[in-house]
Design a protein around this ligand. Sequence first.
Ligand code: UDP
Length: 241
Amino acid sequence: MEQFKYKRVLLKISGEALGGNVSDLYNNKSIDNICQQIQTLVKNKVQVGVVVGGGNIWRGAKQGESVGLKRINADYMGMLATIMNALVVESKLKALGLKVIVQSSLEINQVAEPFYYKKAISRFEKGYVCIFAGGTGSPYFTTDTAAALRAIEIDADVLLMAKNGVDGVYDKDPTINKHAVRYDHLTYEDITNKQLKVMDLTAATMCMEANLKIIVFDINGENNIIKAVQNKVIATIISKK
Ligand code: UDP
């Protein structure tokens, strides 16, 4: 196996990446693929933290409004969705024989311990995968921001921003414009100034302040999570310069 460039990583997986297509909540093949790659990383002594989104189940602002819910409750529902997804990933990783712990920013003590960054770090040192559920624990945020925050708190070397079907950041929307060009590298200021739609601005600003490197790549390519940690995936890298 080739060299792994990063020792501790935070992997952000969107909820959609756990589903196969729009009608599937969960897709065994997709989840197994992600989990097997995490297993390979752990076998190679890479410490892995995971933040899962909830978009395959519930997106607060959009879906809440469509059924007439107040934003706050709708967002808490989204955070609960991320806990469901975390439990799915936990089960799958455990089935592969990995040591796993779920830490949640919303208290739900029957199934997850509360988020506590010092405990997460000591778990990493004992070979655990830590799944961070419940987003930031606050409405009006996203799991991208949760991923940035947790990555900074656990002192990750890099934030692996896995996208579902897009292999980086483009100058135009690549799904509708065939002339769209992927950037190999961007600075944090590029993201905030050009308002590129790769992550929300809160997350980008946080990474800028902490000087946390971000790799934006497509989760669907073969072994792309592993390749990202080996620094050889097709991607856009976001950093200071
Ligand atoms: N959410 C929230 N605060 C957070 C993280 C998530 O309110 O810190 C809610 C929000 O309603 C969001 C939903 O949870 O729409 C699912 O999260 P997200 O959309 O980030 O998931 P992803 O798109 O990554 O699957």
